[in-house]
Structures are given as C-alpha cells and as structure tokens.
Design a protein around this ligand. Structure first.
Ligand code: FE2
Length: 351
C-alpha cells in the first residue's frame, strides 16, 4: 500500500489507508498498470483534467525511455552473451554466486522495524570481488513492480558497478501486485523471459517463474523437457513449494509461505530428473534440506528485512557455490559473522 507515494498531490498523506486510497484514484494508475484510459473509473469527485493526463503521459513515456536505457545492459540475453563469451569445457571447475531477496519491504512500518538499508548493495558489491563466472539474484528485487521502484533498482545496479554476468529470477514482488493476479510487464521489458535455461561448463541451469504463486501445466511440461539431459542440473526459483513445510509453515498456517498449485508435480519432476540443487528465496532466511533425493537451499537473505517467519536461521548472506568433480559445494558468506561451508551430509526433516 505505501508504495504508492502521493507525489502528485504535493503533500504527504500520513496514514497508509489514505495513501492506498489515493493510489487507487490517482490518474497515474491506469498509465502504470496499462489500463485503457476510457475504462478507468477516475476519481468520481474530480475527474482529471486533460492537461494533467497529458503531463502524466509525457512523464510515463520519459520513464519508459529511462528504464529501457538503464536496463539495457542487464537484459538476460545480454548477460548470457557475456557468459558464453568466456566458455568453459564440460566438467571444468567454476564458481557462481546466489543472492536472495533484496527489496526493502513494501510497508513503511515493516521497513522501519526490520529493514537495514544498503545491505543488498553491500552484498552485491562483495559478490563482485569473488571470481565467479556469474551471479544470480533469486527475485524480489523491488518491493512492487512499478516504474519508480525499477528505476531505483537499476540505478542501484549502476552504482554498485556490477562486473560479473548478472542473471535474475522473477519474484512475486517484481510483479505489479505481489500477492494478487497481476502482470510482470516491467520485469519482462527490463530483463526478458521469466522462464529460461542456459548451459555452462556442462551444467544446465534452469530459471523458473513461481512469482504468481503457482506453476502451470505448461511450465511443468517445459521444466520436465529442459531437465531431460545427462548434464548436472540446477534449478533457481523464487517461491518454495508448499510441501517444504519446514520453511513454508508459519504458526498454524501450513504451507502459507510456499506455492501449492503445481508443487507436488514440481518436487516429483526435480526428483525424477535427479536435479543436484534447487535454490529458493522468498522466505528471508537460510536453510538446507534434502527432500526426495534433491537438495533444496533456501537463501533469501540478500538484503530484505528479516521478518519473523517459521525459519529460525534469519541473517543476511549470499552464497558462493563451486562446481568441481561433478559436485556442488556452497560457502555461505554472512554480512556480520564471516563465512561457513555447507556440509555434504544429508539434511532430512520429517514431513
Ligand atoms: Fe517473495
């Protein structure tokens, strides 16, 4: 709700519900959400003047141009081009970095209570110091997928000076509305496709879109096909399947932190295809568990607020994973307490 800064009013609205009300009535809303102006029920007390609409259209166009310019270097296709420009032989050792959620919190009260500003930038800058072949961000880069937030995010990337190929997975907050049916228009215009895969050093990496809190049959078919390879396989996705209840339960609310639709099929597919790792975000914490023979790594501590959740290991961190001799080994780099290795021994919880 408080994402909708009342800038066009020219004075602050102190209460979140008033700000949300203004967001719904603002003439900028149809422009941000792609609603046809004729279909939009404008503020019934004072319809917008044509002059104001024209000003907002000009502003929206200028912002679209700015986003296109700022995001151009970070398009997935371009980053994959950089990665393939430095190829490796099949089986050759290499490292990659995984960085979880970075959005600062959607509601001002949670930002005040839990957010530590600048953590995402600090960790992303630290990632650049590792000799990784690429880094991947596991989604929730922005608190809500609106233009202002994406512009700020790309300016942050530019300020950090990202030198390693930088890939992304879409998170629910990167869509227009994080918890309701909504579009991913700004993510796709900035980065490209939300489901994609690439091969590097004989390893197949799959980035899967769970940002709508579900996997469709079409996505599951696609996933099954792209995992049909003898290569070592790694999957990156934002939301954990609800069946990983150690992470997705919150109090008595079972599985609330995960996606349900398609979850059982997903865990079956990655198990049958013998995927080596599934990296997940969304829950701002760290964890490892082996489920149906697949190792799942929760790494949601990229810089977002460490909200209370069902997971006790909540700290800011990123992972550097090394692929060598057909195996992957992770080192967790924490913001405050140094680094530690993730042991190979199985971590299995009761269902
Ligand atoms: Fe999320």
């Amino acid at each position: 709700m408080p994402d909708a800064e009342p800038r066009t009013l020219g004075f602050p609205l102190p209460l979140p519900h008033l700000r949300a009300l203004w967001a719904r009535l603002s003439p900028r809303r149809p422009l941000e959400e792609g609603i046809a102006l004729e279909q939009f029920p404008f503020n019934r007390w004072s319809p917008p003047r044509e002059k104001d609409l024209q000003r907002d259209r000009r502003k929206a166009l200028a912002e679209e141009k700015a986003l296109a310019k700022l995001s151009a270097p970070f398009k997935t296709s371009r980053q994959l081009g950089c990665l393939s420009g430095a190829p490796r032989r099949d089986g050759e050792p290499f490292t990659f970095a995984v960085l979880g959620d970075g959005e600062p919190g959607r509601f001002w009260v949670f930002r005040k209570l839990f957010n530590v500003p600048g953590v995402f930038e600090r960790q992303l800058r630290a990632v650049q110091e590792h000799p990784v072949d690429f880094s991947i961000q596991l989604g929730d880069m922005v608190s809500r997928g609106i233009m202002r937030n994406y512009l700020h995010f790309f300016r942050t990337l530019g300020g950090v000076g990202v030198r390693r190929p930088y890939l992304t997975v879409i998170g629910n907050h990167d869509r227009l509305s994080p918890h309701h049916r909504s579009n991913a228009r700004l993510y796709t215009s900035a980065f490209g496709k939300t489901n994609y895969f690439f091969d590097h050093a004989g390893v197949r990496f799959v980035c899967l879109d769970t940002s709508a809190h579900r996997l469709t049959r079409r996505q599951l078919r696609w996933l099954d096909q792209v995992l049909d390879t003898r290569a070592t396989k790694v999957v990156f996705t934002h939301i954990p399947p609800a069946s990983l209840r150690r992470w997705t339960d919150f109090g008595k609310k079972r599985g609330i932190g995960g996606f349900r639709h398609g979850a059982a099929e997903f865990t079956d597919i990655v198990s049958r295809r013998q995927v080596s790792r599934v990296y997940l975000g969304h829950i701002h914490a760290f964890g490892v568990q082996d489920h149906k023979g697949v190792r799942y790594v929760l790494t949601g501590g990229g810089g977002s607020p460490l909200f209370p959740s069902g997971v006790s290991d909540r700290f800011h961190h990123y992972i550097v994973a090394r692929f060598e001799d057909g195996a992957i080994r992770e080192t967790v780099h924490t913001l405050e307490d140094g680094a530690f290795e993730v042991p190979d021994s199985p971590v299995v919880f009761s269902p």
